[in-house]
Design a protein. Sequence first.
Length: 451
Amino acid sequence: MIYNNFFKDTNFDFDRFKFRVVGKVVYIDAYYITEDEICPACGSPHISKNGTTTKTVKHCTYHTLLFMVKCHIQRYKCKLCNNIFYEKDTFSNPKETLSKESVFIILEKLKLSNATFESVARDLHISRQNVIDVFDRYVDYSPGKLPDILSFDEKHINKNMTDNVYLFIIVDFKSIEIYDIVHSRHKNVLERYFSKIPLEDRQKVKYITMDMWETYLDIAKRYFKNAIIAIDSFHVMRMINNAMNSVRISTMQKFNLKTENIDDNHPYYYLLKKYRYYFVSEFDDLSSKRFYNRKLKMWFDKHSLLKYLLDIDPKLEKAYYLTARYREFNKTTSHEKALEEFEILLDDFYYSNLSPFFEVFKTLSTWKEYIINSFITIPDALTKPEKKNDIPKPRRLSSGAIEGINAIIDKININGNGYSNFWRFKNRVIYVINKNVPILNTPKKKTKNNI
């Protein structure tokens, strides 16, 4: 067996190796290359051998084999100061039962969002608890300096992890990385959290993005007095789409024959149900292909179908165009023009005689200042080009990036069959999402809290 293919950066004396193979496990007696040793305490070269000690280390860097290495480590005694010490060991850390390379491979695999403690353990022929122990001991994220632009959001989570169903997520708007995760979004919890951050650091925060929740607004105003607050446009657009759907459903129910099969229902009910996405989608994003509808026995394209749908009821047409106008406004206007155009839209919502849009009017009026702030663009936070020749543009203030982060959080939680340890889950999420989470040079001691 060519040992140096399996053991890298070690000071083993391969000529003295003894091994036996049992199934997929290779048992090895390993010894180290003899070097001139000096006492680490006093620097004296006058030392004597003082017996040996052994420890068994798992080396699991290859999918097909597990190496169980019994390390024979020489013990020395200094003749000058009587200090006891051991020969150099580059294979494993003191008191570790996994090799350094195994620890590195485990942590490397756990950077993937679809990996689980179970899958990594299975790949490397070790126990799940071995993998958890490595992660808990070497990864312990602590937030650093506050970014100058923060995004607030929450994530629904299982109650096995905390006493609350929502975690509070703080994201660095520019880097699109997690600054921290708090175990609850309750106001008293957030007050305790932010009050521990020095006032000097909080005063440097320039912008905060959030959804329309009073608690977040109160926290931002109290603890970040210099920050401009912006409401994420996605949440505004979702509210308007919900108003559109309310009008559609109200109209649709007028034609409901309450049949078991939608194809047997009234044609208008059928159409408003089947093509409901037409009302809340960007028209240009809809397919331009012609298609045949068997129930109506007609050919349609997106233009003719939309006209057919909107002709069902004048309220539908009014609601659709209010929604489409806000979507266009949200997509194209500048911060300089936003207030004037927004006021016109508010008037149209108010006078629409559509109760869902009147409710939208009241909410938008309350949050007007912060919605207008969402049209501010940040020159040094650029969009990622979608195509090869796309030119990056300054990004608008929004919490849009959090949606992608939330998808990864869901994947980690689901693949892990639900975490019960909040701190482990928090560390795992941040370890996966953030690029440069430091690995501890001196691993934490194993405690009951790590298990």
